[in-house]
Write a protein that binds this ligand. Structure first.
Ligand code: PFF
Length: 454
């Protein structure tokens, strides 16, 4: 799909094209950077278990709800709510999504910038050393991420590239490439996971990652697992409404949502299979993961594999591409709003929102040692929590309530029937959207107070 298609509201060339674009949005730093960090901070295997349950019972139904709204209305998130329920406050859900998207884009670009920085570091041989230690990779990350000028420039590169892609409408080219590159990333991750699993001492890491300790189960774990599901599947801010608006009426929305959820979850689970055995091998604690976790751990595994220099460089290159297919979707939501509703040109919308996100990215970029004030208040971590967990959960709650009680499941289901005349899982979907997901989200929102107060 190119920019002309976008503004004329065309459709994806095929169902596969949609699945690749939506998976491109879903698969990104959320899977490889954020998921292992969340597992580490939230008790290991029990988090993984709750996460997988959350994806199946809540994430997947919410994705189907977003795609259904999008395909029915054929509009950006604000326009879509307005189209289905005109002159009601429901469109505020769309606005919330737009604001959330801009904030997520800001800190996400900082981490994506780190990835590009690590691509350069790996390619220039910084980790090309058989005896590299966890102490050394820790030191390298700490110094790297505290360099204010460097991290800001790297974030600028990411936002600049994203703005360029969105404004020029070169998405078609990008999609052609991601079709090739994402399967390669997948294979590379499998290779790394196999190596990690065969490292001496790997069992301890595997046990932390896969053997649940139910005494660690808590409301906080559920909060973070559910938030992670929304973040990783790109839900709760209208991304899938926007992407769904380009799906053809003859496509099966249920299987599309299923494929995207499945591939996204698989990649996240594999990332954990690399991180924890490698931590065990390096005699590092499992439960102190911070924003730097994957940047400290991946170089260790590269040093343990023949051709590690090649694998490492390739890995950070592919991760940078995966991050950019996600930043594209983050920027697409606000841009499609200003183009559709305010008649801005794509170029103007992309440029203004891109610049705005860059401004917002600066405090995040300075919060890993670059500047004391932002480091102390953990600015990046705070945005990640507020927008990556809470705002997406609130957005998803409104999306469920909208489909369940305002638009009504019966009418929404008519949209799903087009392309899937049987829609066998309708009762389950209805149950999740009307009861299970809203109750779970409200339950976790109650827990925020507890977390914030310590
Ligand atoms: N799902 C992306 C990831 O896991 O990296 C991040 C993301 C993209 C979140 C788009 C939300 C969104 F709307």
């Amino acid at each position: 799909m190119d920019s002309q298609d976008m503004s004329l509201r065309g459709s994806w060339g095929s169902k596969a094209a949609f699945i690749f674009a939506a998976s491109g949005s879903a698969i990104g730093l959320g899977n490889i950077w954020r998921f292992p960090m969340m597992v580490s901070q939230n008790g290991g295997a029990v988090f993984v278990l709750v996460y997988v349950i959350a994806v199946i019972l809540i994430g997947f139904p919410v994705m189907l709800a977003e795609l259904t709204i999008g395909r029915h209305a054929q509009k950006n998130p604000v326009g879509a709510f307005e189209h289905i329920k005109p002159r009601t406050p429901w469109k505020l859900t769309g606005f919330l999504g737009i604001i959330t998207g801009v904030f997520i884009l800001s800190f996400y670009s900082v981490v994506a910038g780190w990835t590009v920085g690590y691509l350069y570091k790996t390619a220039s041989g910084a980790f090309n050393n058989k005896d590299i230690t966890a102490q050394l990779t820790d030191k390298i990350f700490t110094e790297f991420s505290a360099n204010p000028f460097l991290v800001i420039v790297l974030a600028l590169i990411i936002i600049g590239l994203t703005t360029y892609i969105i404004s020029k409408g070169v998405k078609k080219g990008i999609e052609r490439w991601t079709k090739v590159l994402m399967p390669i990333l997948f294979i590379l991750i499998i290779v790394l996971a196999v190596r990690a699993l065969t490292l001496p001492g790997a069992e301890k890491g595997i046990a932390f990652y896969l053997r649940p300790d139910f005494s660690k189960l808590s409301g906080t774990v559920v909060l973070f697992a559910l938030g992670q599901a929304f973040f990783s599947l790109s839900l709760g801010m209208g991304t899938m409404i926007t992407y769904g608006s380009y799906i053809s009426k003859s496509d099966n929305l249920v299987s599309s949502a299923g494929w995207v959820s499945f591939s996204d979850t698989l990649i996240a689970l594999l990332a954990g299979l690399i991180i924890f055995p490698t931590l065990a091998f390096a005699h590092q604690p499992f439960n102190v993961g911070s924003e730097g976790l994957v940047f400290k751990v991946f170089p260790l595994i590269f040093s343990q594999i023949p051709g590690g220099y090649f694998f490492g460089t390739f890995f950070f290159a592919l991760l940078s591409v995966a991050a950019i297919t996600s930043t594209i979707s983050l920027l697409e939501v606000p841009v499609s709003y200003f183009v559709d509703e305010k008649n801005w040109s794509r170029k103007k919308a992309a440029l203004i929102i891109g610049l705005f996100s860059l401004g917002l990215a600066i405090p995040s970029a300075l919060s890993t040692g670059g500047m004391e004030f932002f480091t102390k208040i953990k600015f990046l971590g705070a945005l990640n929590f507020i927008f990556g967990n809470i705002a997406l959960a609130v957005g998803s709650l409104f999306i469920c309530l909208f489909v369940g009680y305002a638009w009504k499941v019966k009418k929404a289901a008519q949209e799903v029937y087009s392309g899937n005349p049987l829609f066998k899982i309708r009762p389950l979907w209805s149950f999740s959207i009307k009861y299970l997901a809203p109750v779970a989200i409200i339950f976790i929102l109650i827990f925020i107070k507890k977390i914030v107060s310590g």
